[in-house]
Ligand binder design. Sequence first.
Ligand code: ADP
Length: 346
Amino acid sequence: MTSANPIVSPAGADIELTGVSKTYAGVPAVENLTVRFAPGELCCLLGPSGCGKSTTLRLIAGLEQPDAGTVRIRGRDMRGLTPQRRNLGFVFQNYALFPHMGVRDNVAYGLRSRGGMREAAIREAVRDALSMVRLEGYGDRRVHELSGGEQQRVALARALVTGPDALLLDEPFSNLDARLREAMRFELAELRARLGITTVFVTHDKEEAFALADRIVLLRDARLEQAGAPEDLYRNPASPFAAGFLGSANCFVGEQGARLEELFGPMPGTGRGGLLVLRPERIRPFPDEDGPFTVAESLFMGPYVRYLLRLEPAPSFPLVEAHCPAFEQRLALGARVRAQLLPESV
Ligand code: ADP
């Protein structure tokens, strides 16, 4: 359902960063970053703490200026434009609602500060924005009367009310408990699908990125590591870092790969001395007295059991991690096992 009110009509803008760099006190926070966010796309900036995600978002927002490179929105160079003139909506981790104002005034704030709008039109736009985030009838509430999830929805409404070209979200759900966080992910996905608004979402949580993103931009040490659809990144990580960050992964190099081939048969990539990544959930250990592995560790993780398998007798060989459905028969610690690779394990 789209709003009849022209003020609340967010749409998908194209955002393009070309060779963008930003350094703080000689230390690069973002280095030579070239990335494009397509109209209507929900893209997650993912990576460990300190890799430059927030800085990238702040550069798009105009809260920081790049030392080099350009930020373009709808093809227009943003150099010198203040955040207010970029027509973007922001939501941050700590909501940043005004505690002394009610919900309605919080949402109306951005419209009022722009000026030039009649009060009746403001009320209508606020009503539309609150209904977008399913908070109809909450206009008169005080901020402290709202739950964390409701406060974050008010923050979303406030970001949407001006009809922004894109939505920039910086770890918006990280203050919420796990259940609420999941519920908010669904809400955001649904809202974005309804509005078709370009959304850039910062998170360090790979599961959040997998659940939400059309595309993930993985950053590492201020640089772009890899970008692509969640499934592509998960299945085809381009580096040991990507493999490790996007899922627990077994990474083997050179001789190690050759040794695994002796056990499991030919695998792509090992012949070239390349990186071999085995997905733990695609490895199935089963009891076999003559098997080449012993179970070195066995941890119940809820939906699955995490095993670490030791190749015998090869103490220097890395442990092989395997994840098995929890309802399957549990393997004993120290048990001798063989392992089978399921399709798409490599
Ligand atoms: P992330 O969002 O991935 O955690 P940030 O973009 O916040 O990373 O930070 C990237 C790097 O830049 C970090 O090393 C951080 O300490 C540094 N940094 C970020 N903002 C500032 C600032 N205003 N002043 C100095 N250093 C900063």
